[in-house]
Ligand binder design. Structure first.
Ligand SMILES: Nc1nc2c(c(=O)[nH]1)N[C@H]1C(S)=C(S)[C@@H](COP(=O)(O)OP(=O)(O)OC[C@H]3O[C@@H](n4cnc5c(N)ncnc54)[C@H](O)[C@@H]3O)O[C@H]1N2
Ligand code: MOO
Ligand SMILES: [Mg+2]
Length: 677
């Protein structure tokens, strides 16, 4: 059973050990995954809290206030002293729903007698249905399975949706629902560059039922798009609502983690530095001795065994940068602030020196733990791993690290006219650029993709190619065949053959109008499909605006959206279209002023407009000039907003080359879009 009801669902993992991080939470992610499959149109989120009655109550009350439809708690239903979830639930609910608890108990008993030890309470608080599930992932999934069919009906009843309630005929299915399968195999590195089909329609001979989409009745085609036009922001929100952050992890050698997302906090078992280290080449002294003569006793050179003898008054130890400061010394005086008084006859040793400047206690010494205290977190979970992260892991001797499993993404090109770059092309044919642009755009942002080949605009072939893509990928990006032509069959195949829900089928933007997003359940798993337009500039812009942020969200990146900075637009940027224009721009910084320039011919087919572009300027429909002129020494300019990515990969279009100006500061600028105010 797949429910089409829109619901907001929360999973509340109640566990002392899971909330403290001492134990890995598998129940939460597994429940989330299953809920996404059962209720693909629901918005699902998860929180983990300790077995604390007051905290459980406060979360449940908060959810009830927010009109969350269903809360599934998992954990704390047993007999141990800290198990208080049922008690907390009972204090929050206004109506008990003992039937749900009984159904779970009754059917669980058929599997294990231990089920009789569950004390689950279910009920309604305000308009929120609260269901206590067991803490074990297996038990929680089983119990959810037992009651799943009653949930949408219960939600409709709670909200007094009389028509829906009347329409529903609840028949508790005896059919077991497919358990969500492990997805991690699909994420393995080996996936990259796997090609399902290199030839249009070739190698897709595996038996598959024919598509139910017919293209031979052109006269019967739609003369208006059946899809309402949505705004870009709404489209982005819908996508995020249907994408789920990944909780599974891979463990990889530290150097292979570059570009991936940390799935653990990395702590330092040793303070950094681990010993008092000299910052300068000079002399370790007692600051209380002040200026004047010192007898040079020993030498402390970086890498040598640390000196154990206590430094005495009037003495100095010759020391090199990075060497351990000897006990008794509390300052290092750089060699430039000293004078040689006496040397050995052969000049190989210094015997006495004079300190020329008053030394201060602590001067030029890096104290133990002054950079990073022992046991503190140095690298944070969900950081995207950059060069310095790798360096720190090397510094800590951390040879393996846990990273977030990568989403499995497949890319499929469609079009009778599309050929591989190495193929001989006939008149009317063109070479595929979209699949390659997309692959490397994803790669730039740390994602791997599977090449699903090129297929002709034939519903049967598109269907087969999509089936293959769905076998191994959670996300599929298609290009082409998304608009109004009779051979634009991708969306129709998704709807008719895969029972997909098209969340939006047109976006109010130029380029990118036919961009669509669909979800469907294939072999018990939720699949997300981005249908990008065939026009190469449209395809790139929409990958950047919709696909990359979604995948960053899925990888638990808090800053998955491209943020904004201010920029000036020194030229006129008219837009006579009825749609907002997402113009590819080159943003430059000169004398502290950031300016955005339109990047060549902006027709949707011109991929060249994307080359060297490092921003998107959104020019509102019918606007001829930006609205807020600013007078600067360079003439009249216009204030606009440009997003700056604050972390992670720094440039947005770097695979197309760096910004054209040579300021090194610009190289650290990542620009997403310019909004003309
Ligand atoms: N009657 C209408 N026609 C069109 C509309 C419309 O609203 N009503 N929208 C136009 C817009 S806007 C766009 S964008 C395009 C999008 O078309 P499709 O997504 O259906 O893509 P195709 O028709 O298959 O191809 C369009 C164009 O792009 C070239 N192409 C396709 N795939 C690739 C590839 N992999 N690499 C390079 N180039 C590719 C293809 O040859 C076409 O020239 O529809 C308008 N039509
Ligand atoms: O939306 Mo299309 O991408 O204008 O050409
Ligand atoms: Mg088309």
């Amino acid at each position: 059973m797949i429910s089409s009801i829109n619901m907001s669902i929360r999973v509340l993992v109640v566990s002392d050990t899971r909330s403290s991080g001492d134990a890995k939470d598998t129940a939460g992610p597994k429940l989330m995954e299953k809920l996404h499959v059962l209720f693909p149109y629901a918005e699902v989120a998860c929180n983990t809290i300790p077995d604390d009655k007051a905290e459980i109550k406060s979360y449940l009350q908060k959810y009830a206030k927010q009109d969350i439809d269903v809360v599934f708690t998992t954990g704390g239903t047993g007999f141990s002293p800290r198990d208080v979830t049922p008690e907390a639930t009972r204090e929050v609910i206004e109506k008990e729903a003992p039937g749900l608890a009984t159904a779970m108990m009754f059917r669980s008993l058929a599997k294990t007698e231990m089920a009789m030890l569950s004390r689950a309470v279910c009920g309604v608080a305000s308009k929120t249905l609260i269901v206590n599930l067991p803490g074990s992932p297996k038990g929680a999934l089983e119990c959810l399975d037992f009651i799943k069919e009653a949930i949408p009906h219960a939600v409709n009843c709670i909200n007094d949706r009389k028509e829906e309630v009347a329409r529903e005929h609840i028949t508790i299915s005896q059919q077991p629902v497919a358990q969500p399968q492990e997805q991690s195999s699909a994420s393995k590195e080996a996936r990259e560059d796997v090609t399902i089909s290199q030839q249009p329609g070739a190698q897709l001979q595996e038996q598959s039922s024919p598509s139910r989409v017919k293209v031979n009745k052109v006269a019967a085609r739609n003369r208006e798009s059946p899809y309402p036009m949505v705004e870009e922001k709404d489209a982005s929100d819908v996508i995020i609502k249907h994408c789920m952050p990944i909780h599974e992890t891979d463990t990889v050698p530290f150097e292979e983690s570059f570009g991936r997302v940390l799935a653990e906090n990395v702590c330092t078992p040793e303070p950094i530095p681990a010993f008092r280290a000299s910052i300068k080449d000079g002399y370790a002294v007692k600051s209380a001795d002040g200026m004047g003569k010192r007898t040079v006793k020993q030498k402390a050179i970086a890498g040598d065994k640390p000196i154990e003898d206590e430094l005495q008054h009037g003495e100095a130890v010759r020391i090199s940068t990075g060497a351990p400061v000897p006990p008794g010394a509390d300052a290092v005086v750089q060699v430039e602030d000293t004078k040689l008084l006496q040397a050995s006859e052969d000049g190989s040793e210094e015997i006495a020196i004079e300190i020329l400047k008053e030394p201060k206690a602590g001067q030029d010494i890096r104290d133990i733990g002054s950079e990073v205290a022992k046991d503190s977190v140095v690298l944070h979970k969900y950081d995207r791993i950059d060069a310095a992260h790798i360096g720190i892991m090397a510094q800590l001797g951390k040879l393996e690290v846990k990273v977030v499993r990568r989403p499995a993404v497949g890319i499929l090109s469609t079009g009778n006219e599309i050929k591989e770059p190495w193929e001989r092309i006939q008149p009317g044919q063109i070479r595929d650029s979209n699949r390659y642009t997309l692959k490397h755009m994803l790669r730039k942002f740390g994602f791997h993709s599977m090449d699903c080949g090129i297929v002709k605009d034939d519903p049967n072939v598109v269907k087969q190619a999509l089936e293959k893509a769905f076998e191994q990928n959670e996300y599929v990006i298609t290009t082409g065949g998304a608009s109004m032509g009779e051979f634009d069959v991708v969306k129709r195949v998704l709807e008719v053959d895969f029972d997909a829900r098209i969340h939006f089928g047109r976006v109010n933007m130029k380029p990118g109008k036919p961009t669509s997003f669909a979800t469907l359940v294939y072999k018990g798993k939720l699949k997300k499909v981005f249908c990008l337009p065939g026009n190469p500039a449209s395809c790139s812009v929409c990958c950047l605006l919709f696909v990359i942020p979604a995948l960053r969200y899925v990888e638990n990146q808090r800053d998955y959206k491209f943020p904004m900075i201010r920029a000036d637009v020194p030229e006129k940027v008219p837009n006579s279209d009825a749609r907002p224009d997402y113009r590819r721009v080159t943003v430059e910084a000169k004398d502290g002023i950031i300016s955005a320039y339109s990047n060549g011919n902006q027709i949707s087919s011109n991929l060249n407009s994307v080359c060297n572009a490092n921003g998107l300027a959104i020019i509102q429909p019918q606007s001829t000039i930006p609205q807020r002129p600013i007078h600067s020494p360079f003439g009249t300019t216009y204030v606009s907003e440009v997003p700056l990515e604050q972390r992670g990969p720094l440039e947005m279009f770097p695979m197309f080359g760096m910004p054209t100006n040579n300021s090194s500061w610009m190289r650290s600028l990542s620009v997403g879009r310019v909004v003309i105010q």
